[in-house]
Design a protein around this ligand. Sequence first.
Ligand SMILES: N=CN[C@@H](CCC(=O)O)C(=O)O
Length: 326
Amino acid sequence: MTTLEYFNKTDVQKYVNHRHGETKIGEHLDLVEQIDELENLTQDYVILGLPEDIGVRANHGVAGAAQTWDVFLKAFLNIQHNRFNSTENVVILGHLNFEMLLEQAKQLDPNHNDYHVVLGDLVERIDQAVFDIVKQILNFNKIPIIIGGGHNNAFGIIKACSHFENKPINVLNIDAHTDLRHCKHRHSGNGFSYAIQKGFLEKYFIFGLHKNYTPEYIFEYIDQKSNIDFCCFDQLLHLNQLEKLSKLKAGCNFLMNEFGLEIDCDSIQNFNASAKTPSGFGIDEIRNMIKMLKNNPLKYIHICEAIPSSTTGKSLSYFVSDLIKD
Ligand SMILES: N=CN[C@@H](CCC(=O)O)C(=O)O
């Protein structure tokens, strides 16, 4: 069974590097021992970790995202607590413990014909756990900030939002890929096709799509759907940051300015990810996008597909601190 491991005082000690005369974000956190405690907390944002990469492996990708939650915490908790950064608006809930499923995935033979399909069965169990916990966070009227993990987790998150609102939701995905691959078995490349098929996703906009890595059958599928649109990264190459932001704004308008936000780190140039790319958005461009997008009523924020490197934790921390700053 997948359980929620609450972030506790011992965890804080493990991650925070204390320094005399300074206060780090990790030293100022409200912690919860039971999810019901969210009810009485005033913070809007709740951070949740999804340390798994089974969905990436089920999609023939490069593993490593299971370790990203740890490097995120190491960087995020050591941000300086000062006039610009506080924890007034954020709680770290903890992470889903996928160790049992990761162990089962490890036992499988990658050369077996059914390897990816069996991994897909494990992804369905992850879907269920993600759905359950995100739904609970939403029930307390909090905005989940979810640190992945593979992009497969978009499915459980969108399903939870849709159940919570009792209608399909809209999603903005900053991504080099549509993740609209065939619904044959669950993996990180078909979270959105499954969400559409099951009726959880209404309007879908992909910002920064790479022409080189999108199969023709997906372009043809989008052609037939008036509720899906995209802006290719290749079309943005000659534009300055403000012009790119205005294209992004057009995407927000397509979604009626109400959506869940997905940031796949493989849209970022040289970012360590399963589909690492030499051509993509800069970290600071993503930061500017976040600053603009947070003016919309975001249903959730999901940052995924990152793999640890010397800068992964800090990059994700910039994104999250930009989100929660006033
Ligand atoms: N979520 C990512 N999906 C992409 C990249 C696959 C990979 O290399 O991990 C896709 O299916 O094409």
